[in-house]
Design a protein around this ligand. Structure first.
Ligand SMILES: Cc1cc2nc3c(=O)[nH]c(=O)nc-3n(C[C@H](O)[C@H](O)[C@H](O)COP(=O)(O)O)c2cc1C
Length: 175
């Protein structure tokens, strides 16, 4: 394995369904991990008065990794607010920390999500377009169903197999 993955969790709870989705994929060999909710990361500020919060130190760590695996629940058909705040703050990397923004170029991006009712339409699109804009490569998304419908639960098994196979093929997980 020559990759140095980092999982970036953005959920309103650390031990919820999205964390379970991550565990389903990584099993007994957990990957390096950061929990956005544990950080002091405020909304994007046009005046950059929040430049001293936890975002820049986080990104200094993030750029040392490849691939990046973003993990977010589906909240109201889209990513969680904390994940959106994290991505909004990438605008800092286009202004006063362009050096960090440039380091994202060429990295692979994966997405893990959990949903409770139905597969959201167009969920991956903001991530695909963000990756394109930053010169990253969007490699795929794992949808984990966290509800109780037996048929939808069965589909999880197939999706777990597919996503693990993708990560193994790309050298992110060892086989
Ligand atoms: C605020 C909120 C909004 C939600 N919106 C959706 C939704 O649009 N579609 C869906 O399938 N599930 C929705 N759910 C269910 C969550 O996606 C699901 O329970 C998910 O697995 C929660 O992950 P977590 O434990 O990491 O928060 C929502 C849950 C919350 C709390």
């Amino acid at each position: 394995m020559n990759s140095k993955p980092l999982i970036i969790l953005g959920s309103s709870r650390k031990d919820g369904h999205t964390a379970k989705a991550i565990d389903t994929i990584t099993g007994t060999s957990p990957l390096p991990f950061v929990d956005l909710s544990s950080l002091n990361m405020t909304y994007f500020d046009y005046d950059f008065e929040n430049r001293a919060d936890d975002f820049i130190p986080l990104m200094e760590k993030v750029v040392e990794h490849n691939p990046l695996i973003l993990a977010t629940p589906v909240y109201w058909y889209t990513m969680s607010a904390v994940m959106k705040t994290f991505l909004d703050r990438w605008s800092d990397l286009l202004t006063f920390r362009k050096d960090l923004g440039k380091k994202l170029k060429g990295k692979d991006l994966y997405l893990i999500t959990s949903f409770g009712t139905s597969m959201p339409k167009g969920f991956e699109e903001p991530f695909i377009q963000t990756a394109d804009y930053m010169g990253m490569h969007f490699r795929g998304c794992f949808y984990f169903y966290s509800g109780k419908d037996p048929d939808l639960m069965k589909e999880n098994e197939r999706r777990v197999k597919e996503f693990k196979a993708l990560l193994k093929k790309n050298g992110v997980l060892s086989s």
